[in-house]
Design a protein around this ligand. Sequence first.
Ligand code: DAK
Length: 674
Amino acid sequence: MTTTAGWANPLLQPLERALPRHIGVVGAGAIGPDIAYYLKAALPQTSVTLIDIRQPAIDAALERLRGYRDKAVARGKMAAAAGERLLDGLTGSTDYDALAGCDWVLEAATENLALKRRIFADVEARVAGDAVITSNTSSLPAARIFSALRRPQRATVTHFFAPAWRNPAVEVIAWAGADAALVAWLRRVFCATGKLPLVTADVPCFMLDRVFDNWCNEAAHLLAHASAAEIDTVAGEIVHAGPFFVLNLAHGNPIIVETNTLQADEEGEHYRPAAIFRSVERWLTVAPNQRIEVAPPTHARIRDRLLGVLLSQSVDILDRDIGSAADLDIGCRVALGFKRGPVELLRELGDEQAQRMLARFAAERPGMPMPRRALAAYRDAQRHVLADRVGDVVVITLRRPEALNALHDEMTDEILAAIRQHEADAGVAGFVLVGYGTKAFCAGADIGRFPAVLGDAGAAAQYARDCSRLLVHLDRCGKPVVAALNGLALGGGFELAMRCHARVAERHAFMQLPEVTLGIVPGIGAMVVPYRRWPAAAATFHRMLVRAERLRAAEAHELGVVDELADGFDDLIVRSIARVHALAAAGITRIGDAPVELPPFEPHAGTAADGRPLSAQVVCTIEAGVREAAAQSTLGAALEAGYRAFGAVACTAAAREGIDAFVQRREPDFGKTG
Ligand code: DAK
């Protein structure tokens, strides 16, 4: 757990320097314009100047960005009015003097140290002494790029991943010459604008490209034993697109030659790029959704080698403290398209398999890094939550931004473990739960995991019981836990917030129970807790349950569901911490055991609040579940009624249809299921 020196949640860092007002992006090639587009979309008031030595490159880049904007509007991802204004303040120039007023200049030029140094000398000659300067290099250490600057402490590497306007990952390099405040500011700005900043050490290729480059290099070495199509087919079990497919897409062969030569020169011959990269332009391979037949021994050899290099690089990154286990895992998934992060893979493989693969890899590829500690030291790291100590309060951040912080078993267990770890500590007054970023507290349960429990009432009810372990712990927790709703709280995410001992919400936050639209019931508390905790809001909750109506933060505050409203993230945290202290002093109000009276339910129109048709059977199951739960004389018995209702609904065709539709990204057809 970090202390005030460096917050795990970047938004806990106070914004000590204003947001940028004018940003210069140098380089109108592949990634520079994409970065400019992200900046304009995230910070509409900010001017962005795109610099290149070639006017045609600037014209082509601006045209490309207009295309992105038009596509976003056509697909309904952006309002037409916002689209019209989006590119206001974005200009191009071939003259470095246009950077004069910039408070941040971001370089995205060719990967060449001498060129970058020249660019930064030119930039520094034009910008103010306190302007931030960053490079998008994917491999060159910051110390080498910036050490000749007059004021190197305002400079570092910010490494984006393609497509930079959409891919949230950005590596922020904490090099010895940079101000700690610069790194903290960049992390905060990125996090507040929808990115996922990952702090890494200043080594060649930083964290994620060490994984990616060596993964590709290993695939090329494997060509002695298998074809590119066979290798991509096997790799497709581990990543969304195989290495050769990605290399074709990114014209990446020269990049691997360059980056692996850098690693080989500095760290040893085992990193030397495969010779074949210099003689092949395009690989003959398969697309991500295609597979070819691979003979079992070849399959095993490819799989072992690919997992071998992935594990070898991962333990090296962790042993050398290049990045954290949590950042490595999320970065590999989000930036590189791995289906599972390496730490998660290590857990799934088990120590015996992992040891076997590493031993085979060591024998086939002498010199490659091997674990310096027992495997348990790597695999047991926390991955889905961040914990920060703010005075005597532990702020636990749910971090799965790629799924709007949706809950799954591992995240639930990590939250519970973080609470248990500090519950007996007399120096801890209590806890605040908050979501990563500015959009979501938690988008509910990870729906992708539901299909496995459909069709068996007993197993589904037990699953609900198992999923409730954190919530039941909160019911009895000796220290206050406050939900800081920094954005939407849906389904299981709202159920988690309900079980906290108080709720503080930013004004833009809203709550919703969308389960009925998925053909299921909210089985872990929402049919029970609101009626016992906020009986005067019963009618509102009923509409939320059976019509998926949204509850805005302001209305929730009027109803007493939210205890306090906050203006912005900083205020949210301050108020939530104050709530923890107030509860610690006054005592926690527990959810009541006594049965509750229900008001008569309004007749149901058969549709959700947004007009979508619903399953009548699911609506009936919710209403029956609510009635049964209300009649119980202990909270435990009432919760059991909810678990059973989930078990019952899990066996219906409506649940199958609703969950399948979500996973397949289509509208459900409850007309055919009833
Ligand atoms: N699970 C997994 N991924 C999710 C997710 C979720 N709940 N919600 C969002 N995501 C993912 C999206 O799929 C998308 O992924 P990519 O397409 O980028 O790969 C990414 O997060 C960003 O979301 P969007 O692109 O959709 O973002 P938008 O701003 O356009 O829309 C949205 C935001 C919140 C309106 C939309 O994402 C949405 O409708 N999400 C689903 C919300 C939802 O239905 N939540 C689940 C409620 S049901 C139980 C235990 C728990 C529960 C019940 C029973 N037992 C064990 C019995 C709880 C159930 C629920 O929570």
